[in-house]
Design a protein around this ligand. Structure first.
Ligand SMILES: Cc1cc2nc3c(=O)[nH]c(=O)nc-3n(C[C@H](O)[C@H](O)[C@H](O)COP(=O)(O)O)c2cc1C
Length: 324
């Protein structure tokens, strides 16, 4: 069995809970892995490499304890590294990932062969997120094990391409693992992603509204109230186009004029500015439209499983209408 097939086989549901700036931490990751889906977090959610390593140790210790106590296997977990010249922590954070043999590394912005090789050297997997074909070609060249296709409407730095076209376009030249991202909020959406040709669903926004996320109650309530058309796509906050809740832009006094401005992305001296911005201006994808509650990861995963199963059973029933 290939490394990636073994990775997928360990899961109770074909889902990766995507890394989210200021939102995902050890609690969310641990609960996801205990419930059979991949938990992830961005390394930059900790202020220093030392703090980042503390989180890794906490996650590994808790999951080991869980496995020992229950006899069950926890799903693998992953870390998101920003591969960008302005990220001063990349080298140190990567070293720590290698030291702890992190099963999955998700690279964003840059796909670099040396980084991929370093992760492969200890048997880790690398997924890279992309919003367009040119980025996917570069990442494929760098030797990544899977591509995360970030389609239109996703939370965070979203793309602009329809998911059906994006999957079709990438599958023309890439035959490794495909993860689909953007507005996947329930079990039926997960089944749809697989129908479109993805191997795994990559879900962000839905996990903001879990008890284990680091989001404030106000943020979660704003997601519950919002519909798809309340999400605003702008480069003004982060320097790269991203989706934000319109109500949080309004509450922060951001005007239409402000939204037209462009900022330069910078993970170095401006990380604090970035953190301040994302603390008050809240990102979410158009998938908010089907998010109506806050629940524990374990309840959410149980619901996703049953919705996923009935969506597939419904699809099979369609064959009774169209048998030939
Ligand atoms: C609040 C928020 C913060 C995010 N931060 C990151 C991040 O730090 N790194 C990253 O690779 N993706 C980040 N993303 C994108 C997610 O990893 C994922 O691609 C996206 O949420 C999937 O779309 P969905 O939200 O519609 O499910 C973020 C998304 C959100 C909503």
């Amino acid at each position: 069995m290939s490394k990636i097939a073994a990775f997928i086989k360990e899961l109770a549901l074909p889902v990766v809970a995507a890394p989210m700036f200021l939102i995902s931490g050890p609690q969310l990751v641990i609960e996801c892995c205990k419930n059979g889906i991949v938990g992830t977090f961005p390394a930059l959610n900790q202020r220093s490499t030392e703090g980042f390593e503390d989180w890794l140790v906490e996650i590994k210790t808790e999951l080991k304890k869980f496995e020992k106590e229950t006899g069950k296997k926890a799903a693998p977990f992953g870390v998101n590294l920003i591969v960008h010249p302005t990220n001063p922590r990349l080298e140190a954070d990567l070293k720590v990932c290698i030291k702890h043999k992190i099963p999955l590394i998700i690279t964003s912005l840059g796909a670099v062969a040396q980084v991929v090789d370093a992760i492969h050297s200890y048997g880790g997997l690398v997924f890279h997120d992309i919003i367009k074909k040119r980025h996917a070609e570069k990442a494929a060249e760098a030797g990544v094990d899977g591509l995360i296709l970030v389609a239109v409407g996703a939370g965070g730095h979203a793309g602009t391409i329809n998911p059906m076209s994006l999957v079709a376009e990438i599958k023309k030249f890439y035959d490794k693992t495909i993860l689909l991202s953007g507005c996947i909020s329930n079990g039926r959406d997960i089944a749809s992603a697989l129908q479109m040709g993805a191997d795994l669903a990559y879900m962000g926004t839905r996990f903001i509204n879990t008890e284990e996320s680091k989001a404030t109650e106000e943020y979660r309530q704003m997601i519950i109230k919002a519909g798809a058309s309340d999400v605003v796509y702008t480069a003004a906050i982060s320097g790269v186009h991203a989706n934000f809740l319109g109500a949080s832009l309004k509450a922060a006094g951001i005007t239409e004029e402000d939204l037209k401005k462009d900022r330069k992305i910078d993970f170095g001296k401006e990380l604090n500015t970035e953190a301040k911005a994302w603390k008050t201006i809240w990102s979410a994808g158009q998938g908010v439209t089907t998010i109506n509650n806050v629940e524990s990861v374990s309840k959410l995963v149980a619901n996703l499983k049953s919705e996923f199963k009935s969506a597939i059973e419904d699809q099979i029933k369609i064959l009774e209408i169209y048998p030939k």
